[in-house]
Design a protein around this ligand. Structure first.
Ligand SMILES: [Cu+2]
Length: 278
């Protein structure tokens, strides 16, 4: 009886803790409310399963408690019970997985008018690269990585020249404008994560991953690395500023161009006029 009572207390306390928890999602700052919906749905499905299993456990402890007069039945199989459990489990798993597939599909299909920004992770910093006004991002390859060109931007690609490189500073984005976030790493696996955007993705050395997002409110948000990437991992933080078009233009005007950055140091001007790297 005491054990059944303890199980009941655990069940009620767990549900109450969930309802009154001080830890909940941060206020959303992007148009990914569908991701919140899938998270809530997961809470409901797993919460219902938790309540059902713990309540069943408590009921069994109470109902089949020791009694001198009772003998246990031997009932190794129950076709009916297996059918019910099979159907209920299938429904639960479908509700857990299917909505995520729909949301994921839209998460990786940016609209045609989305701006582009590249995020590069390197132990334990964030770099950002933006195309010049109306331009495109030049290609990049690990072969081009040097002290002067930490992102490995291809200096032979004409699109590279106007690219803006933000080395260690804040990243700024326009409010209410969709942006495709391209992700690269030049050493180990990192993960670009902005909790308020409900958006995160792995950054894999040697390949480029991406997702898109529309920031919906101005403000300053923290960028976190969400994949353990070495001893400096906890310090791999960045700052994202979401702002109006006017403020964004001011910021972008201050950023350094790839060509300027290289000429200033060395390398770009010293490169042969025509390279094989086309
Ligand atoms: Cu990292």
């Amino acid at each position: 009886m005491i054990v059944a009572g303890v199980i009941l207390v655990i069940l009620v306390a767990s549900v109450l803790f969930h309802l009154f928890t001080p830890w909940w999602m941060t206020p959303i700052a992007a148009d990914w409310s569908t991701i919140d919906h899938t998270l809530r749905l997961t809470f409901w499905v797993t919460g219902a399963a938790f309540v059902a299993v713990i309540a069943f456990l408590g009921w069994c402890v109470y109902r089949y408690r020791h009694s001198e007069t009772r003998r246990a039945h031997y009932e190794p199989e129950s076709g009916k019970l297996e059918t019910y459990l099979g159907i209920a489990t299938t429904i639960g798993v479908v509700f857990l997985l299917a909505p995520g597939l729909v949301v994921w599909n839209s998460y990786i299909h940016p609209p045609a008018d989305a701006a582009e920004v590249e995020i590069v992770g390197q132990q334990w910093n964030w770099f950002y690269r933006l195309p010049a006004e109306g331009g495109k991002l030049g290609r990049a390859d690990a072969r081009f990585v040097t002290a002067e060109n930490p992102l490995g931007v291809n200096p032979y690609d004409p699109n590279s020249k106007g690219n803006l490189i933000v080395n260690g500073g804040d990243l700024h984005l326009r409010v209410n404008k969709p942006v495709k976030i391209l992700l690269r790493s030049i050493d180990v696996i990192h993960n670009f994560y902005i909790p308020e955007f409900r958006a995160k993705m792995d950054m894999l050395p040697g390949s480029e991953s991406f997702f898109w997002v529309t920031p919906t409110r101005t403000g300053t948000f923290e960028i976190l690395c969400a994949a353990y990437c070495g001893t400096g991992h906890p310090f791999m933080r960045g700052t994202l500023v979401v702002e109006s078009d006017a403020d964004y233009e001011k910021w972008i005007a201050q950023q350094q161009k790839f060509t300027a950055m290289n000429e200033q140091k060395r390398g770009f001007a010293a490169l042969p006029a025509t390279g094989q790297e086309k």
